[in-house]
Design a binder for this molecule. Structure first.
Ligand code: ADP
Length: 484
């Protein structure tokens, strides 16, 4: 069990290993810049061996009963909840989110283990009446084989269980490459699965500071039959293109540019509360973060006032400090991008109502902190209207009619989450059906859960995670025709 040595963060065939050449990379706390550990910096050779291990483990693991696979996942779920506080502290330190949010994420991560433990037992096939006499059709669902999983830093545990749990439940084996910013969270999750009884080789971990060579091996190897990725649209498109060479199945969970629409029949204060909670969750570093907040003219003033009042109460700091609800941004590049979007909007006529700058007082200069920000009078000419922000900036856009706002909300290549506030049932139904997004929250800022299919359309991705659909992504359909 981990840790054999601090830097033995590769899990290959049930053994915790260092990189072949002993290379490591630093892991730092984004709030303070402090070194909190080192991880093994693996390359192509270690990746190949991880694939070997996953390929060798596939036969026996897929031959286990679904009940046996479910038992392991259920034990992992229970262990995760037992260790929830330690895991949350690790996540808050390594990723930066407030401890309360980290606790929520640990619970969310555990939910995937429990959900797919149950769903493992429900991989039903079917029989289809044939159009011929003396003939039968039967449909089976079988595990796709070895899976490559690549995960991001913003939700460093739940994005792992959202992939590993369904893969393992389906009878697949997996090689996971976590983000270079958060390898220790990945180690913690994999160690817990191992402790729960997952056999060697079923889930393998390759930590690295060099995603390209590792990604290349995962893409090139024909034994890897599926790639599941969460990250930026840009990288996702490149990886999907690479996966095509060996015709791997792909699930892509990419960027978003979520609209939130507040109609004037809604309570603007209630909607502003929801907007604040959704926008500043994870410091805006979420693919479902509302990036364009459309507010109908009649309530825009009341809404903005309530939004500013709530946002002004948010305090920034290291996630492990009490009372903090705004953690650091991931790095300098993120800070630069957010500042650029704010400056551009102001130059083009937006009103900066709150925040707008980096925070440097009281030691915050050691991390990349940006003040919770509210911009009003945003329009189509501004960068923030088109580009994902991934930071704590609420951009308020006035609108007049339902028809207009649906067209404007849909005017994006992204299509992940969308939100609307209205008390009118007819309008809620019309608008949620017209929005071209994979997810719609109706008076709901958290339309997600392990039991519900999460995913986007357009350049936001392919496939779904969670729900019944989340398991299907790891199953091939086999048709058996039998002449009697
Ligand atoms: P983000 O903006 O969230 O950091 P990225 O798409 O850059 O998004 O990163 C998401 C994940 O993709 C991380 O695990 C990162 O290491 C990985 N990644 C980035 N580039 C590549 C690549 N060329 N090959 C494989 N993985 C990659």
């Amino acid at each position: 069990m981990y840790p054999a040595a601090d830097t033995a963060t590769l899990l290959i065939d049930g053994k915790w290993l260092e990189a072949d050449d002993g290379a490591t990379f630093p892991v730092t706390a984004p709030a303070t810049g402090e070194l909190i550990g080192r991880a093994a910096d693996a390359g192509a050779a270690e990746t190949d061996r991880a694939i070997d291990a996953a390929a060798a483990a596939f036969g026996p693991w897929s031959a286990e009963t679904a009940y046996a696979r479910a038992d392991v996942l259920r034990r992992a779920h229970d262990l995760m909840l037992e260790r929830a506080e330690d895991l949350a502290v690790l996540m808050s330190t390594e990723q930066g989110k407030p401890l309360k949010a980290a606790r929520n994420e640990v619970r969310y991560a555990a939910d995937f283990l429990a959900w797919f433990a149950e769903e493992a037992k429900r991989v039903h096939g079917r029989t289809i009446p044939s159009n011929r006499r003396g003939h039968r059709f039967q449909v089976l669902k079988q595990p796709v084989g070895v899976v490559a999983g690549i995960t991001p830093w913003n939700y460093p545990m739940s994005m792992i269980t959202r992939k590993v749990a369904p893969a393992v439940a389906a009878g697949c084996t997996i090689v996971l490459k976590p983000a270079e910013q958060t390898p220790l969270c990945a180690v913690a999750v994999l160690a817990l699965l191992e402790e729960a009884g997952l056999p060697p080789g079923v889930a393998n971990l390759v930590t690295t500071a060099r995603p390209e060579p590792v990604g290349e091996r995962l893409l090139a190897d024909p034994r890897v039959r599926k790639l599941t990725f969460t990250g930026s649209t840009e990288v996702g498109m490149r990886l999907a293109a690479g996966a095509a060479a060996t015709m791997k199945r792909v699930s892509m969970e990419l960027g978003g540019h979520a609209p939130m629409i507040v109609f004037d029949d809604a309570d603007p204060v209630h909607a502003a509360k929801g907007a604040t909670l959704a926008k500043f969750l994870n410091t805006g570093q979420a693919c479902i973060s509302p990036n364009r907040i459309y507010v109908q003219r009649g309530v825009v003033e009341a809404f903005t006032e309530a939004l500013v009042a709530r946002t002004a109460t948010l305090s920034a700091g290291p996630g492990t400090s009490p009372g903090v609800s705004i953690g650091p941004l991931v790095d300098d590049a993120a800070l630069t991008k957010v500042q650029r979007q704010v400056d551009d909007a102001v130059e083009r006529g937006a009103r900066l109502v709150l925040g707008g700058t980096r925070l440097t007082e009281d030691g915050l200069d050691r991390g990349c902190f940006f003040a919770p920000t509210v911009l009003a009078d945003i329009d189509e000419t501004m960068l923030i209207y088109r580009e994902e922000t991934f930071g704590p900036v609420a951009a308020v856009i006035p609108f007049d009619t339902e028809e207009e706002v649906v067209a404007r909300a849909n005017d994006t290549a992204y299509g992940l989450a969308s939100y609307l506030y209205t008390r009118d049932l007819g309008r809620a139904t019309r608008v949620s059906e017209a929005l071209r997004f994979g997810i719609v929250g109706v008076n709901d800022i958290n339309p997600t859960g392990a039991q519900a299919p999460f995913g986007g359309v357009g350049v936001s991705g392919l496939g779904r995670e969670g729900g019944v659909e989340g398991l299907d992504e790891y199953l091939d359909v086999k048709l058996i025709g039998t002449a009697l």
